[in-house]
Design a protein around this ligand. Sequence first.
Ligand SMILES: NC(=O)c1ccc[n+]([C@@H]2O[C@H](COP(=O)([O-])OP(=O)(O)OC[C@H]3O[C@@H](n4cnc5c(N)ncnc54)[C@H](OP(=O)(O)O)[C@@H]3O)[C@@H](O)[C@H]2O)c1
Length: 255
Amino acid sequence: MSILVIGGTGKTGRRVTDRLKARGHDVRVAARSTGFHWDRPDTWAPHLAGARAVYLVTNPLSTDTSKEVADLLGRTEARVVLLSARDIHSPAEAPVREHTGGWTILRPTWFAQNFTEDLFAGFMERGRLALPTGEGREPFVDLADVADVAVEALTDPGHDGRAYDLSGPELLSFREAVALLGRGVEYEPVTAEEFKREIAGFGEELAEYTAGLLVDIANGANAYLSDGVQQVLGRAPGRFADFVARVDAARTAGE
Ligand SMILES: NC(=O)c1ccc[n+]([C@@H]2O[C@H](COP(=O)([O-])OP(=O)(O)OC[C@H]3O[C@@H](n4cnc5c(N)ncnc54)[C@H](OP(=O)(O)O)[C@@H]3O)[C@@H](O)[C@H]2O)c1
């Protein structure tokens, strides 16, 4: 029996896969490169076959993932660990809670790795991070912690029926986070309209959605800590400065 990691080539899935393999588990990855396509249900069965647990990153191209997740879970009795989000719960939470094979929901805050591997990485490389986040504060969570929690939830049935809010240990503004990353990058608070114009290339819907999430940060909606990492791992989550130190060390090693 294996553990299936849906989204196993992505930011969290990659880390979950590596950790499970290091513990000696039989792991299968599902992503387009392995022939798994969210929009082609006929590709799901070969991946789900023989899975005793599933790490579930939902379809990034879908706004309402509830129907396709219900459809997928109807085809397996494996335990499922869903990656949702703390301040905007995934629509997939509803079908996951109905799943009879056992479930755990993980709700992280904004990822520290957005600065290096995702959304903000391009801005950082260009030396100017212009966002409608004002001086609002966010408890960025390190994906090392999210992956450690996911592995526990996938391998220990003691987490059945639980939803965990996962944050880092401190509130940081984007100005403070960028200063800690320390690459001479300038942080500039801009209006939502300016930001949407800047990322218009990603499409109107995505620009609108992302701007809304960032304005919530400016308004202080995310400025509180959560203790899911302590609850599951029995230790404090990693600090942003420790994440930066790891990124710097990896850069130096790669030079
Ligand atoms: N970023 C944040 O700060 C943040 C915070 C809280 C929660 N979240 C949640 O985290 C989730 C994203 O997780 P992540 O960052 O680990 O993912 P990610 O890095 O965006 O990776 C997405 C994964 O999905 C696969 N994929 C993309 N399109 C696909 C398709 N059409 N069919 C099948 N597979 C497809 C990708 O692989 P291929 O491209 O190889 O197919 C990849 O493995 C989202 O649900 C988001 O709401 C994010």
